[in-house]
Ligand binder design. Structure first.
Ligand code: SF4
Length: 343
């Protein structure tokens, strides 16, 4: 069974498209990308083959070069460092991450302390915290709450990383509300639509299956969360980058129905490859279950649009559109397919 939605979200599609566009625009020049553009080994490998150079520090980028910032965002200190080196900056930060940055800045300016629920070492959290470092403390788990330094419990707001498990974040947020009843909430959920929808699909469909396979890299937060959601509903779940990582031992005790999904940074062709491998070995059919309909559009970053316009390319009408993945015989093989109505 395949979940819909699965795989690429609008932010990842936009970020990957940005690298492709910049590589096309600047043929022959080195294009540097600060950190992995998205957390997927295959996506990064393909862009590296096209010529992108991935770096972990801005001082690795030669002065005057082009640098791209990844979908996870960067703290202002990184932008300042890039400016000081005279780099052309193209920002592929997902707009939904930028929204959380803006909230952190706005609340800090209003005198709030920001409790940022998320994983302290994740690039997105590093970026958001960097917007208001004096005002922000990271809360990874409930036990962290007792160690917080609170000035005024009536001037507190919580924000969250966009790719958290809605189950786990809910537990931490409930504990924050118990500890600080006056804590303010973000205007709308910071956990993004793609994370929420992919988790909802797994939570809905996993109970009907014997085993859950999540396509994604080990450092992809939202992919890891999907395996956790499946385990939370009592199903064995494994995270794998590609078909080469299938462990046939997972099927030793007669798993008949497999749920296949993919994190927001995992390309559809890897999902198809895994599906083909399973069907070649075991036979069977594909059922795609539509749980949430997604139809997201993001614009390209302003600096890239400016550079494209300068070269006579129509950038303003270009939108990154992500719709439901289609199952074609070329990708998935000629197997019996059913696509069910939305639940
Ligand atoms: S997972 Fe959400 S926040 Fe992250 S890039 Fe995708 S849409 Fe943006």
């Amino acid at each position: 069974m395949l979940t819909n939605p699965r795989g690429f979200c609008a932010g990842v599609s936009m970020a990957v498209d940005v690298v492709d566009q910049v590589l096309d625009l600047y043929k022959g020049r080195a294009v540097y990308v600060y950190h992995e553009i998205v957390h997927n080994r295959h996506v990064v490998g393909r862009l590296r083959e096209r010529g992108a150079v991935f770096v972990d520090r801005i001082d690795q980028v030669p002065a005057g070069s082009i640098v791209l910032f990844s979908a996870h965002g960067v703290p202002p200190s990184v932008r300042d460092e890039a400016r000081a080196r005279g780099l052309t900056q193209i920002d592929a930060t997902c707009p939904l991450v930028t929204k959380v940055h803006s909230e952190a800045v706005r609340y800090a300016r209003q005198g709030y302390q920001v409790l940022l629920v998320g994983h302290a070492d994740h690039q997105e959290v590093v970026g958001t915290r960097g917007e208001a470092p004096e005002a922000t403390q990271v809360v990874e788990r409930v036990e962290d709450i007792q160690g917080l330094t609170i000035r005024d419990p009536e001037r507190l707001v919580y924000l969250t990383q966009t790719t958290l498990s809605t189950d786990d974040a809910g537990v931490v947020i409930a504990a924050l509300k118990r500890a600080f009843p006056g804590i303010k909430e973000p205007p709308s959920s910071d956990i993004c639509y793609a994370t929420t929808n992919r988790q909802h699909a797994v939570r809905t469909l996993a109970p009907e299956c014997d085993l859950v396979l999540v396509v994604g890299s080990k450092n992809s937060s939202n992919s890891v969360r999907l395996t956790e959601i499946a385990r939370n509903v009592g199903r064995a779940a494994f995270l794998l980058d590609d078909a080469g990582e299938i462990d046939w031992g997972w099927f030793a005790t007669g798993k008949e129905k497999v749920l296949l999904t993919a994190g927001a940074s995992a390309p559809e062709d890897l999902v198809a490859e895994i599906s083909r491998s399973l069907l070649e070995r075991f036979g069977g059919t594909i059922e795609q279950r539509d749980v949430v309909e997604e139809d997201a559009y993001f614009a390209l970053p302003a600096e890239l649009r400016r550079q494209m316009r300068a070269r006579g390319i129509d950038a303003d009408s270009r939108r990154i559109h992500v719709a439901a993945p289609t199952i074609t015989p070329e990708r998935y093989g000629a197997v019996p397919l059913t696509v069910s109505a939305r639940k």
